[in-house]
Design a protein around this ligand. Structure first.
Ligand code: CU
Ligand code: ZN
Length: 137
């Protein structure tokens, strides 16, 4: 699949795109701390991105890791259309809560929002977040 990240104001990033080849149903969807998807099991991406700490939870709950994005849902053909607005992050290269050079991970199962990591099973897809290199002048 392919996901596009668009920063649409100082602290919100919209993740949009389409992922295929999933099993039907819900899949945990997180930002993990390391921009490294080299290991086949995705473990090289490390744990959830949580610069302010906190407990694992739903993005709508008050206490959650910054990288906890909830679930995406794949249809009966295994296709998930993703549109997730992430609050409190940026695509700046450096600075507070930058998600550049971190990883988006999709899990085999649903995130049940239990601490510490939501119980969503194996990491079935992993992608490194890169800054859009288009120059706007
Ligand atoms: Cu995850
Ligand atoms: Zn988490």
């Amino acid at each position: 699949g392919m996901l596009h990240l668009i920063q649409h104001d100082n602290s919100n990033v919209l993740i949009q795109g389409r992922v295929t080849g999933l099993t039907p149903g819900l899949h945990g969807f997180h930002i993990h701390v390391n921009g490294n998807c080299d290991s086949p099991d995705g473990m090289s991406a490390g744990g959830h991105y949580a610069p302010a700490g906190g407990r694992h939870g739903a993005p709508s709950s008050k206490d959650h890791h910054l990288g906890d994005l909830g679930n995406i849902e794949a249809d009966r053909s295994g296709v998930a259309n993703v549109s997730v607005d992430v609050q409190g992050v940026s695509l700046a290269l450096i600075g507070l809560n930058s998600i550049v050079d971190r990883a988006v991970v999709i899990h085999a199962g649903a995130d049940d929002f239990s601490d510490p990591a939501g119980n969503s099973g194996a990491r079935v897809a992993c992608g490194v977040i890169e800054q859009d290199m288009d120059m706007r002048m």
